[in-house]
Design a protein around this ligand. Structure first.
Ligand SMILES: [Zn+2]
Length: 470
């Protein structure tokens, strides 16, 4: 009903509009000025939900490449805006009216200016073919505005942005569907062919992203985080799709030789934050550190950790016991009153651990500790599946509770974000060798191959510029 009214309102307001790519009338009718107003309005929401990546030099570089492609598009006179978002997601998306976003997450995996141009060209294709306008629906519009309460970071944090970003991009991109994705690829290829970039870069990017996706579940497990799904971008077609191959070939090439811009691109990426920026806390060897909340907890070595937006969840090897760490705003009442309210009719013991009072709730089904620290309440809640699990895991859970402490200066230093560094490979350098002593630990070799586009078996050539992680 709302969608119907929305469409009706548009028809009444704007009459017929011509599609810039096909020259035919659009089914959903919206004037260009209305489209731009819609883009501006949604852009404001995106900027509230995401953080813009803090590097003028990188923003400038991405904007330069984007404007170069946009000038060769079907809508060269539209004012385009290209923005790098501070998100680990592997994503890029566009709003109606010329607003294009790309995450630092995806930038880390690209290896040339031509590949960056391929991603931006695809998104420009969505704008010029007015996919956003054609797909604009009430449900997509409301999704963008949704606010999600964050437990681990009281108030507004980037975890909120990450949660929302999935929805925004999911709605904006997977909503486009296969035909629109293919059309965006086809248009992107045409725009690349009108510049000095090779349209084949689109196929290359798809291969890189597929490899990244294939490995990420494994990497996520090692790092105690949720896998990163990318929504939409190239999602709807595999790289061996013959229609895509045809579309890219049909775009043709009008310049030889092509400009790849490998070294230029890598130079622009030097110092880029890689993976988590620490906002959501980090896990190293099952120790959880959270810089903003200034806490650390050591979880049992063999347990599996899942660091999601709201909660850190640790699960014992056979799943017979679990521990959950949550943070909430501190209430007005005392620690004891609060604990008693959570667990009526259970005796509360207060112990002192690492200088902090801990309210203990100890029952045959569960073991929980509550700690007040500054403006936050931390709840570490353990649960046993049965009596055997209690006997087996009670000590480990108690040890975890006792490990809760405020961050030391040394630990604060440890949680600095990882960054990309550009390095010239020497003779006989291998990714296995370069991965030694890497802060990425066990996953280092895989990561280095993935981010350098040389997964699974490639090695760097002497003199080649490659990315390392520090
Ligand atoms: Zn797309």
């Amino acid at each position: 009903m709302r969608l119907y009214l929305f469409c009706l309102a548009l028809i009444l307001l704007s009459g017929c509009a011509q599609n810039p790519v096909t020259g035919q009338s659009d089914f959903v009718m919206m004037s260009e000025s209305q489209e731009m107003a819609l883009g501006r309005q949604e852009d404001e929401k995106i900027r509230k939900q995401y953080k813009v990546y803090d590097s003028l030099a990188l923003q400038d570089y991405v904007n330069r490449v984007g404007q170069k492609i946009a000038r060769q598009s079907h809508r060269p006179n539209l004012q385009y805006h290209f923005t790098v978002l501070d998100s680990t997601e592997i994503n890029a998306f566009a709003l109606p009216g010329g607003y294009v976003y790309i995450t630092r997450g995806i930038l880390a995996y690209l290896n040339s200016e031509a590949e960056l141009a391929a991603v931006l060209g695809h998104e420009i294709g969505h704008v010029t073919a007015r996919h956003g306008v054609r797909q604009q629906s009430a449900s997509q519009a409301t999704n963008i505005g949704i606010n999600i309460a964050s437990l681990l970071i009281p108030g507004v944090g980037s975890t909120v942005a990450q949660k929302v970003s999935g929805m925004v991009s999911g709605a904006l991109l997977s909503g486009y569907g296969r035909e629109h994705e293919l059309e965006a690829d086809r248009l992107g290829a045409v725009y690349l062919s009108r510049t000095d970039y090779d349209p084949q870069a689109i196929i290359k990017v798809i291969g890189v992203l597929k490899n990244q996706e294939l490995k990420d579940a494994e990497l996520a497990k090692q790092e105690g985080r949720e896998p990163r799904h990318y929504h939409g971008l190239f999602e709807t077609h595999p790289d061996n799709d013959t229609r895509l191959q045809q579309a890219v070939s049909a775009a043709g090439n009008n310049t030889q030789p092509h400009f790849a811009g490998h070294d230029e691109y890598l130079a622009a990426l030097d110092g880029l934050v890689f993976n988590d920026n620490g906002d959501q806390g980090i896990v190293r060897n099952n120790q959880f550190y959270h810089g903003k909340l200034a806490i650390a907890v050591q979880f049992p070595e063999t347990w599996q950790l899942h660091n999601s937006q709201n909660t850190l969840l640790a699960i014992s090897p056979q799943g017979e016991a679990q521990l959950q760490l949550k943070a909430e705003p501190r209430p007005r009442e005392s620690l004891n009153e609060y604990a008693q309210r959570l667990a009526a009719n259970v005796p509360i013991h207060t112990i002192i651990s690492n200088g902090l009072p801990v309210a203990l709730i100890d029952t045959p089904e569960s073991l929980s500790g509550i700690i007040f620290l500054d403006k936050n309440t931390f709840i570490l809640q353990g649960r046993y599946k049965n009596r055997d699990a209690l006997i087996k895991y009670r000590t480990a859970m108690m040890d975890t509770l006792h490990s809760f402490h405020m961050l030391s200066n040394e630990e604060h230093r440890q949680i600095k974000p990882l960054t990309l560094r550009i390095f010239t490979a020497r003779k006989n350098d291998s990714y296995a060798w370069l991965a030694q002593n890497s802060p990425l630990g066990k996953s280092a070799e895989t990561y280095l191959r993935l981010i350098n586009g040389q997964y699974p078996k490639g090695e760097p050539a002497a003199g080649e510029r490659i990315k390392l992680v520090e």
